[in-house]
Design a protein around this ligand. Structure first.
Ligand code: COI
Length: 412
């Protein structure tokens, strides 16, 4: 079964076939569905709470033709990953964050939602029952897809009378094949103020197929959406960051941008990224090895400032969206640390040295170029870039290679 499914590969002689793993070729994973053994399913009626979820073999479900999801798109989804560590542990990354985001989305879409505990339990059971599909270390991840839908019948436009929560999983590799060459989308919009762009509604996704298809037909990988005022929003399935001088910039999630969990994690990491200020525009963090860099960050998490006695800190500016610190005496060099969530006019793409995308499916992916009104802007990628360091850091924590002092990973 599954030979016709995108991304599915028949076992090859090189497969890991020692019984612990499913018999597929782990070396060629893409981002496509590979059916696994079980899914978790839980139902509830309107005005009641979810209860009594069960694991059941992965397969088709019955859906009422008049269901809220099929007729009016009353649905939400989530995406999160499980990684296998080098010493065989399985780590989930921040599952409570997905659970909370689903709850927020459910309010917007007038749906019942599972509790955080029910959500995390469903994810754990799904991963546990499909353990043999969690790729070997370094070969990819298990992508877990929780879905919440209005499953009860409705004909008039109104919330459904029943809700179904399903969690299934698939082993995956990289989302994007090859380098990212984006085009700024000027005709289509992903979201509007007051709409559902800030929640993970299923209806946010089919509407971007056409702009993506048009971009691909012109040879681009993906599109960068703008808002009506020509400020940067997000790439079709990822958030976006610009590195400009000693600043890392990303647009604020004020309703039209998906509040990505990878985005949030990267901001939390970059709050403490060390930037040398001796040269005004160009920073050099290369001299700090990754481990040292991580220690530096952890020593200097902003909420732990009081505990740091051997380092002098100056809080230069702090609003809800901007944290800016200067620190001294760490390595007798001065570092300036700035991360800003602020509106970014599209023209600033021309001033950035680096651009990178973040998302559960993509991780952290440096952008090779962005084309805006026929001008192609090329960006730095690879060794020594901020995007690369953040990628190393994030995947290091997710895969257990770097100790998780953030408390982000949940062991199965
Ligand atoms: C994710 O990164 O989990 C996403 O939501 C992207 C997905 C639509 C493939």
């Amino acid at each position: 079964a599954g030979a016709e499914v995108e991304g599915y590969n028949e076992p090859s002689v090189n497969s890991h076939v020692n019984g612990e793993y499913a018999k597929i070729n782990w070396d060629v994973l893409g981002f496509g569905l590979i059916p696994t053994d079980y899914m978790y399913i839980m139902n509830c009626s309107k005005d009641q709470h979810f209860s009594q979820g069960t694991l059941t073999p992965f397969g088709k479900i019955e859906v009422n033709p008049s269901s809220g999801i099929l007729n009016y798109g009353q649905g939400l989804f989530e995406g999160l990953k499980a990684h296998r560590t080098a010493n065989g542990r399985i780590l989930l990354f921040r599952p409570e964050e997905n659970a909370m985001r689903m709850k927020v989305g459910a309010k917007r879409m007038c749906m019942q939602a599972p509790t955080v505990e029910q959500f995390v339990n469903a994810v754990k059971q799904t991963v546990h029952s499909n353990k043999r599909w969690v790729p070997p270390p370094g070969k990819g991840a298990m992508y877990i897809r929780p879905l919440l839908m209005g499953s009860g019948p409705v004909l008039g436009v109104a919330p459904a009378s029943e809700y179904t929560f399903i969690t299934y999983a698939s082993p995956v590799g990289n989302y994007h094949k090859g380098v990212l060459n984006l085009i700024v989308e000027e005709k289509f919009r992903r979201a509007i103020p007051g709409g559902t762009g800030g929640v993970k509604a299923v209806t946010n996704y089919a509407i971007i197929y056409k702009p993506i298809a048009e971009a691909k037909a012109k040879g681009f990988t993906d599109v960068l959406f703008l808002n009506a005022e020509k400020y940067i929003e997000e790439v079709s399935t990822t958030n976006i960051f610009l590195v400009k001088g000693n600043e890392i910039l990303t647009p604020p999630t004020s309703g039209t941008i998906l509040p990505g969990i990878t985005r949030k994690s990267i901001i939390e990491i970059t709050h403490v990224l060390g930037y040398q200020t001796t040269s005004a525009r160009y920073y050099e963090v290369e001299q700090i090895t990754l481990t040292r860099w991580y220690e530096l960050e952890l020593m200097t998490m902003w909420y732990e400032l009081e505990q740091i006695t051997s380092t002098r800190w100056y809080e230069l500016e702090q609003t809800t969206s901007t944290r800016c610190y200067e620190l001294e005496e760490i390595t007798s060099t001065r570092y300036l640390l700035i991360v800003k969530e602020r509106a970014i006019p599209v023209g600033e793409l021309f001033d950035a040295e680096e651009v990178f995308c973040t998302g559960t499916a993509v991780g952290v992916n440096s952008v090779n170029s962005i084309t805006y009104q026929d001008t192609r802007i090329a960006y730095k990628r690879g060794a020594g870039t901020v995007g690369q360091k953040l990628y190393e850091m994030l995947t290091g924590i997710q895969t257990g290679r770097i100790e998780d002092k953030m408390g982000w990973t949940v062991e199965l």
